[in-house]
Design a protein. Structure first.
Length: 307
């Protein structure tokens, strides 16, 4: 995902019909499965609290059932909040006004919002650079993007268990866990999309479950199960499923027998460009040399140290 170019014909990593189907199935799922979305929303609210600004017109993109809207209530002078989700089943549960819209085709006029928030939705987009570019166009000058997404090491234990089980029992492996963007690449993607002052930070959240089957049930309840185009479309063999669970328990369980599932949650903060924002100094305009501050000798690009 992180290596995709800005293009009108993005690589089709994910089956968006499957993504919508999985999200529809998650509507009304048991409350315990939503803890990661509540955590992602809380982190975005914390970042929003660090800004001393008002954001009258805001968009909650990837709104689910309104989890982010409930956290945003009364925050930062938000006077009007639109809710948007690719799943009609989720969108109708979010606060009005609401809209069903695909990630790659957001149906809003340019410069419509002071603030765009997106809680754990961006990792399902096929063309992440293109979606970031669209989100930047939705913002007014000096508008703020706050987004969280799963990245990097998310569900790496489950990925390894499936890979080993399928290789052993079926003579080959298929994608069982979605690919995730590397958090180290996301700041560059924000800059390529035209954002200013990008900040990217990541945390690991370790959850524990009685076994791998309980983890898979939770992922299903969250609407976060595999939706890659290259996934196998037939039913999983029972023997392979239980072999994956066995490998998971053997390699990733604690002293009490519970298995660990790691989620890497990355938060993006970036601004639509505006002339009032801090600008980098022009090259050669510094009044103090770095070499003087460090107490070292300055060398030109062609010199060797010590010459």
């Amino acid at each position: 995902m992180a290596g995709q170019a800005l293009t009108h014909d993005p690589i089709r990593v994910f089956d968006q019909q499957a993504v919508r189907r999985h999200r529809a199935r998650a509507v009304g799922a048991r409350l315990g499965a939503e803890f990661l979305f509540a955590e992602g929303a809380a982190r975005l609210i914390e970042r929003l609290g660090d800004t001393k600004r008002r954001f009258p017109q805001a968009l909650d993109w990837g709104c689910r059932d309104g989890v982010m809207a409930r956290h945003l209530k009364g925050c930062s002078g938000i006077e009007w909040l639109a809710s948007s989700d690719a799943s009609a089943d989720f969108a109708r549960r979010a606060p009005a006004p609401r809209l069903v819209a695909e990630a790659e085709a957001l149906s809003f006029a340019p410069a419509s919002f002071d603030l765009v928030v997106s809680n754990l939705a961006l990792h399902w987009t096929n063309d992440l650079p293109g979606v970031l570019l669209q989100l930047r166009h939705l913002l007014k000058p000096d508008g703020l993007l706050l987004a969280s997404l799963f990245s990097g090491e998310t569900l790496d234990e489950l990925r390894q268990a499936w890979l080993e089980a399928e290789s052993e029992l079926e003579g080959g492996a298929s994608p069982r866990v979605s690919p995730f963007a590397d958090a180290r690449d996301l700041a560059a993607l924000l800059q390529r999309a035209g954002f200013a002052l990008p900040v990217v930070d990541s945390d690991h959240i370790d959850a524990t479950y009685p076994d791998a089957l309980a983890l898979m049930r939770d992922l299903r309840a969250m609407g976060e199960t595999n939706a890659t185009h290259l996934r196998r479309h037939h039913f999983t063999r029972r023997a392979t499923l239980f072999k994956a669970a066995e490998i998971y328990a053997t390699r990733f369980s604690d002293s009490s027998g519970r298995i660990r599932a790691r989620f890497e949650l990355t938060t993006l903060t970036a601004w639509a460009p505006h002339q009032s924002q801090p600008q980098p100094l022009k090259r050669g305009s510094a009044e103090t040399r770095l070499a003087d501050a460090l107490g070292t000798r300055e060398h030109s690009a062609g010199d060797k140290a010590g010459s």
